[in-house]
Design a protein around this ligand. Structure first.
Ligand code: SF4
Ligand code: SF4
Length: 216
């Protein structure tokens, strides 16, 4: 989800690359699960998240939708899946009774990032540190790539970059005609191609993504 706010209002004013040190390490959150409740529909999933979720839970996106762990919403004219916050407390469906994440190793990219965010400009992106969001005040410095803990970080970066600008282009195409048949067809095609068709978890994600991307 895009936010049109000034970087100086919400960050320390710096942009970080994967090799930079950033004061983001909140020591395993230690009893805090603020980022796992009341997040609305902001934890949007990309195709890599869906692949990782399938690896971690053994469940495809249609199965996670049926279990109401995930839901679909319209964001900037595009139908995209996000983690569903449920109940009075608006808890993520993967948050267990002890307040820990049941899918920690395969949690989505947005969960991994926090309290970092991504800042896109000039066809690429860097990271920024959100200063008003994390409750932990004694955070330590950590290398951005270590904080994300995602294998094959260069390929991941390239995937995130391409996916963002691809969606951006599609959003521009449907802007102002979100209710048209063409926009609906485009959305259904995107959903089916990148999200609802199960991934082969025995195979590398990126090759599967490339094949699907080539098909569109
Ligand atoms: S997936 Fe895990 S880390 Fe992400 S919001 Fe849910 S419980 Fe929290
Ligand atoms: S507010 Fe900070 S410490 Fe609390 S769950 Fe989020 S990242 Fe962890």
């Amino acid at each position: 989800m895009k936010r049109n706010v000034s970087l100086s209002e919400i960050s320390d004013g710096r942009l970080y690359g994967e090799n930079d040190m950033v004061r983001a390490d909140c020591h395993g959150c230690e009893g805090c699960f603020r980022c796992c409740v009341g997040m609305g529909n902001s934890v949007i999933l990309d195709p890599y998240d869906v692949y990782r979720l399938q690896c971690g839970t053994g469940k495809t996106l249609p199965e996670l939708l049926a279990e109401e762990k995930v839901e679909l919403n319209v964001v900037d004219g595009m139908i995209l899946p996000n983690l569903k916050m449920a109940g009075k407390e608006e808890r993520c469906g993967f948050l267990n009774a002890a307040g820990r994440c049941d899918i920690y190793g395969s949690r989505p990219g947005i969960c991994r990032l926090f309290p970092l965010g991504r800042y896109y400009e000039n066809g690429d992106f860097r990271y920024f540190l959100q200063t008003g969001e994390c409750r932990e005040r004694n955070r330590s410095k950590v290398k951005v790539s270590k904080w994300l803990a995602i294998p094959d970080r260069d390929r991941y970066h390239e995937f995130v970059r391409r996916w963002h600008y691809y969606l951006n282009d599609l959003e521009k195409k449907v802007a102002g005609r979100e209710d048209s048949e063409a926009a609906k067809e485009l959305n259904l095609f995107l959903l089916q191609c990148f999200y609802l068709t199960p991934y082969d978890t025995e195979q590398n994600f990126y090759e599967q993504f490339e094949r699907r991307f080539a098909a569109v």
